[in-house]
Unconditional design. Structure first.
Length: 255
């Protein structure tokens, strides 16, 4: 597959994990979760890369900027001057010219309280403040885009979603196997108690075939999960191998 071929993220996930039919809601959530997971991994091993995932907000009044629960503040700048963070407990000192915490135009400060970021001195239309934030950008599945997210990392989100879809399929496979095994045990009891043994024997054959097919499917899912997981880790340089998308094998996972 040409990684840059235009297709929805869900379609790309299916290239690695098989069909998402009946699991579209889950797959959509896996893509959203993938954005969070990828940013989290990048933050853990190279925070310098977070600037690739940031967006800028401009403040031009005394109104505090409301932060989302997951916003990460990378930088605050007021009128060209770097703005340093202070604890909110000193917020009343920011306007006190006799205080060490006094916020001058050339030495601005900011604090966060109750999920809101406040810059001092207050920004104005001519002296604005610019806040660089890392946010979890919205996924546009069919448009193949993620807000505030560099395209070179889209593949990592797709691979994460594929891993989660494969995990879900493996879980459902095990649930189905457990149900069939329980039914098989009941049928064997019918034979032992002479309750319609011929019908029970025929049904046992059907269930055994389904169990065998389920076992084969689970092996395929597990093998593909290992391949996708390795490629996902390679995106972060853990495997230290070529990270080109075409290196990921896409085997016949169809269920």
């Amino acid at each position: 597959m040409d990684w840059f071929e235009i297709m929805s993220f869900t379609t790309q996930v299916e290239q690695y994990a098989g069909t998402s039919t009946g699991l579209t809601t889950e797959t959509t959530q896996f893509l959203t979760d993938g954005v969070k997971a990828v940013i989290g991994r990048i933050e853990s091993f190279n925070k310098a890369l977070l600037q690739l995932f940031s967006s800028e907000v401009t403040l031009n009044s005394a109104t505090a900027h409301t932060l989302s629960d997951h916003d990460k503040i990378l930088d605050v700048n007021r009128n060209g001057y770097r703005t340093v963070p202070v604890s909110h407990q000193y917020r009343d000192k920011l306007t006190d010219t006799d205080s060490l915490f006094y916020a001058h135009k050339t030495d601005p400060k900011y604090y966060v309280l109750n999920g809101k970021l406040t810059v001092s001195p207050s920004p104005t239309g001519s002296e604005t403040a610019k806040v660089s934030l890392v946010t979890y950008g919205a996924v546009n599945d069919n448009g193949e885009s993620i807000a505030s997210f560099p395209s070179e990392w889209y593949k990592a989100v797709v691979l994460y979603a594929a891993k989660m879809l494969l995990q879900l399929k493996m879980s459902k496979n095990r649930e189905s196997t457990h149900t069939l095994a329980t039914e098989l045990a009941k049928l064997k009891t019918f034979i032992n108690t002479d309750e319609d043994p011929e019908m029970a024997t025929a049904k046992i054959g059907e269930i055994q075939t389904l169990l065998n097919e389920g076992a084969q499917e689970l092996q395929t899912l597990q093998a593909q999960y290992g391949i996708v997981d390795k490629e996902y880790e390679m995106m972060f340089g853990i495997a230290g191998a070529d990270q080109r998308p075409e290196n990921t094998a896409m085997i016949g996972v169809t269920r």
